[in-house]
Design a protein around this ligand. Structure first.
Ligand SMILES: Cc1ncc(C[n+]2csc(CCOP(=O)(O)OP(=O)(O)O)c2C)c(N)n1
Length: 298
């Protein structure tokens, strides 16, 4: 196939993910770049819309759920990881991408994040970190920088922010990456790496929010971003190097695949009752008559 033909196929594949619904995001929102990167990654991995599952949390990020054509589920706020984990356990050959905001991931659903990483469920989790609760109009989240004036915090935020990648790195993860919503090509590459990883691939996306997060626009991020692949001798299998480099969110902000441990076993692969099974759980669902059991308790 010539390069032009190849490009034509890719464009057609890209368009097959398009939906006829109109985007509701603000002009310049990082969600546009992230959705673009997700589709790009799927196309470059030759995954068709009917061959993958996309799970969405509630939030501006979750409003992508009907702006893409694929198998999609729009779950409850803060619960997308448990939802996607159930799907991953049910069908282990399905590529799954789940997305959630920093509000959902580091407040309402932080428990699910911790156990998602610990159990190493097989999914790519994309955390849209716009450092605020976007959909509910710009309240401070756990990742809002200290000193920022937000809706609901008219004085200023007085608590220290959480550092998402640093937290996940403290949980013995198998894959931690950080991307930027303005660098779609680089982010798509990280998502592709996540799709090829067996286990929980955590990708934090530093996301601009032109409406509610005025402190860190595009031009604030660009001069501060440093790709780890350009750092000489950076070893992304060394957790201590990763933890050190992830800590700076002010001056030199590391993006790229920060840490990777392919030896950590994925959840299903270590379940005794799933050894040597030929079918996914979803194909083993049976109908049981429980009326006799119920009679026992009458
Ligand atoms: C359990 C629960 N708590 C709160 C809400 C209200 N709510 C809906 S969207 C949202 C903000 C989402 O913020 P974030 O997760 O950071 O995503 P973003 O909108 O910034 O993409 C909130 C608080 C809800 N729907 N359910």
């Amino acid at each position: 196939m010539s390069q032009v033909q190849d490009l034509q196929v890719k464009i057609e594949q890209y368009l097959s993910f398009e939906s006829c619904n109109i985007h509701t995001w603000c002009s310049g929102c990082g969600d546009l770049g992230i959705l673009n990167a997700i589709i790009r990654a799927l196309v470059l991995e030759n995954i068709a819309p009917h061959e993958c599952l996309l799970c969405f949390d509630v939030g501006c990020n979750g409003n992508a759920s009907d702006k893409i054509t694929a198998n999609t589920i729009h779950g409850l706020h803060g619960r997308v990881i448990s939802l996607a984990a159930g799907c991953a356990i049910g069908n282990d050959s399905l590529p799954i991408i789940a997305t959630g905001g920093d509000g959902a991931t580091f407040s309402e659903g932080i428990n699910h994040l911790v156990h998602g990483v610990r159990n190493n469920y097989n999914m790519v989790f994309v955390c849209h970190n716009n450092s605020n609760y976007g959909l509910t109009t710009g309240q401070a989240s756990a990742t809002t920088r200290k000193g920022q004036v937000m809706n609901g915090t008219p004085g200023e935020v007085v608590s220290d922010p959480l550092n998402p990648a640093e937290i996940v790195l403290s949980l013995n993860p198998s894959f931690v990456a950080r991307g930027f919503s303005g660098d779609v090509e680089h982010l798509a590459d990280l998502i592709r790496k996540g799709l090829n990883h067996k286990g929980f691939a955590f990708i934090e996306v530093l996301q601009v929010c032109p409406t509610y997060n005025k402190a860190t626009p595009q031009n604030w991020y660009w001069p501060r971003l440093k790709k780890v692949e350009e750092i000489e001798n950076y070893d992304n299998t060394n957790i201590w190097q990763a933890r050190k480099i992830a800590s700076d969110l002010d001056n030199q902000i590391a993006i790229g695949l920060l840490y990777h441990n392919p030896n950590k076993e994925e959840f299903l692969s270590i379940q005794q009752n799933r050894q040597n099974r030929k079918t996914p759980l979803v194909d083993e669902v049976s109908v049981f008559d429980i009326s006799k059991l119920i009679q026992e308790f009458k």
